[in-house]
Design a protein around this ligand. Structure first.
Ligand SMILES: Nc1nc2c([nH]c(=O)n2[C@H]2C[C@H](O)[C@@H](COP(=O)(O)OP(=O)(O)OP(=O)(O)O)O2)c(=O)[nH]1
Length: 315
């Protein structure tokens, strides 16, 4: 006889963030399941509650925090021995009250790229990787702007804190493209920024890039995740986003949210439609299309991990 499907336990979990990018973890108490492991504060969604209601209640009960802002982020499923859990993650960047923990053995503020506590609960590995994904991606347009102008804009953006660049230069002649790609990787790595290369795995490998970015038509063709540390894809609809998730990609781009210079006359999706498209996805999504750094809070409120852009990001 086949086993009855296990009941899904919904859990709300908070990535409580400070302006320096750190987030709060709690160590599970000795009398719980997985004692000593680290988790994001939160707990089970009770009957009649939305995940957001549960988050607000749990953070009050566990930490004495009054949540002011909770942005939906990603939702991940995990099969434990004791339960199938569906973890609804929110970013909590603003709250009131001092933190008084009532349930954990210890609390620690951590940075995703320099963790000094562990182990994390088994479901949380992909969460930490998603937290390492920077919140803003600059997409190069050297073929249009000129190689030297683009490199100058890149230097300025890196000096301003940009940590993620997509190299997207199909229109540059091969030799120029390679030289430009080397220059971009050199500058980005010196500044601690990641580089993903659009659609060209051979170029990505030869320049020592951190990953590969798949255009939607390439995403449609492939059946397995390409072998890079970071792999993302451009998506325009829910089916493409779900394929990116099913392949275990690290992020997706979704747009255009607002009208853009490259597609004049086309209305953007808008934040409401964007929010519906990204609901309950297990991977972070960067919003694209006519956005500037001033749109970051609106993007996160709609469920985006961050924003990506061409013109507005380079100033
Ligand atoms: N709060 C939280 N729970 C997580 C994370 N990752 C993860 O797999 N979980 C799982 C562990 C638990 O199965 C469930 C959280 O439920 P919980 O904290 O209300 O309950 P619990 O199992 O500790 O204890 P109990 O309420 O059953 O007594 O979600 C996380 O980062 N934060």
């Amino acid at each position: 006889m086949s086993q009855a499907p296990r009941k899904i336990v919904h859990v709300a979990a908070a990535v409580i963030t400070r302006p320096d990018g750190s987030f709060l973890l709690g160590q599970r108490a000795p009398d719980t399941f997985y004692p000593g492991y680290w988790e994001f504060p939160g707990g089970k969604v009770e009957p009649g509650e939305t995940p957001r209601d549960a988050l607000v209640r749990e953070l009050d009960e566990e930490l004495g925090m009054k949540v002011d802002v909770a942005w939906p982020w990603i939702v991940r499923e995990h099969e434990y021995e004791h339960a199938h859990v569906s973890l609804h993650f929110f970013e909590v960047p603003a709250w009131r009250g001092d933190i008084h923990d009532k349930v954990h053995s210890a609390l620690a503020w951590q940075h995703a790229d320099a963790m000094d506590v562990g182990p994390m609960l088994p479901a949380n590995g992909p969460i930490l990787k998603a937290l390492r994904l920077p919140r803003t991606m600059g997409i190069t347009h050297a073929a249009e702007a000129g190689v030297n102008a683009q490199l100058a804009q890149l230097d300025e953006a890196l000096a301003g804190g940009l940590k993620l660049v997509q190299l997207r230069e199909a229109a540059l002649p091969t030799a120029e493209r390679e030289a430009f790609a080397h220059a971009v990787v050199g500058r980005c790595h010196a500044a601690g920024a990641l580089v993903v290369v659009n659609d060209d795995a051979a170029l990505a490998r030869s320049i020592g890039a951190d990953g590969l970015h798949l255009p939607a038509r390439r995403l449609a063709e492939i059946g397995a995740r390409p072998d890079f540390e970071w792999v993302g894809a451009s998506c325009h609809n829910r089916a493409e986003l779900e394929k990116a998730a099913a392949l275990g990609l690290d992020y997706a781009l979704l747009g255009a949210v607002k009208p853009t210079q490259s597609h004049p006359g086309q209305a953007g999706l808008g934040w409401d439609a964007f929010g519906k498209l990204v609901e309950r996805l297990p991977l972070p999504v960067l919003a694209l299309g006519g956005l500037t750094p001033n749109d970051l809070s609106d993007a996160k409120a709609a469920g985006a991990h961050g924003i990506a852009g061409i013109r507005a990001i380079w100033g």
